[in-house]
Ligand binder design. Structure first.
Ligand SMILES: [Fe+2]
Ligand SMILES: [Fe+2]
Length: 210
């Protein structure tokens, strides 16, 4: 029988691979497959790449968070739901990698650090009980949706490809938040929500550049 330690090693191994390697396998089609690439100027291209690097780091965190939670969740249904969500986030991760490649740029060098931080937060919130870890998911996904909304405003209107990818991710994140609520998420205290948005601010403002 597999022990907790075996599970931990397997999940950390997945994390190291998804943080360091340019994962491009996805189960669902790349949303911008048939969208025409338009010539962007240097500023527009760099800005889109910076924002997609932030989104990519966000997806690394989402992977880690869900897998950390699935490791310590109380009920099997919650564990399965977290693993399923992590697989959908893997599509997002691959789409972000692909868009970064298309823009001639690369993911953040800080990703391994984000991964281990989010994995630990995920495992700890899992220990707090399923209603709290679902509450954490709901709040995380809501914050991601508002980040993606701001990115849709910031990306140049010429860059329809990037916008198409972001719009599809936004749709998925919104449904992840709704699923968590329907599964019995508890509303987090305001202090925790504020703490989460501070961590997100540090991540977004560094991953944009490096
Ligand atoms: Fe995602
Ligand atoms: Fe999500």
């Amino acid at each position: 029988m597999k022990s907790f330690l075996d599970d931990l090693i397997i999940e950390l191994d997945k994390g190291i691979k998804s943080s360091f390697s340019n994962v491009q396998e996805h189960q669902r089609n790349y949303p911008a497959e048939s969208t025409q690439e338009v010539e962007l100027n240097e500023f527009e291209k760099n800005h889109s790449a910076g924002l997609m690097r932030v989104n990519h780091s966000g997806e690394v965190c989402a992977q880690a968070l869900y897998l950390g939670q699935s490791l310590t969740a109380e009920f099997k249904e919650t564990r399965d739901q977290m693993k399923q969500a992590a697989e959908e986030e893997m599509d997002h991760l691959a789409w972000c990698n692909r868009r970064l490649d298309e823009l001639g740029d690369s993911p953040s060098v800080l990703n391994p650090f984000w991964y281990f931080m989010s994995f630990s937060i995920g495992a700890l919130t899992g220990l707090a009980g399923d209603k709290w870890s679902l509450g954490f998911v709901e709040e995380t996904e809501k914050q991601v949706v508002s980040h993606l909304d701001s990115h849709l405003d910031k990306v140049s209107d010429k860059d329809i490809k990037t916008k198409t990818v972001i719009r599809k991710m936004r749709e998925d994140e919104d449904s992840h938040a709704k699923q968590a609520k329907e599964s019995g998420a508890s509303e987090l205290p305001d202090e925790v929500k504020t703490g989460m948005s501070w961590i997100a601010r540090v991540m977004t403002s560094t991953s944009y550049y490096i």
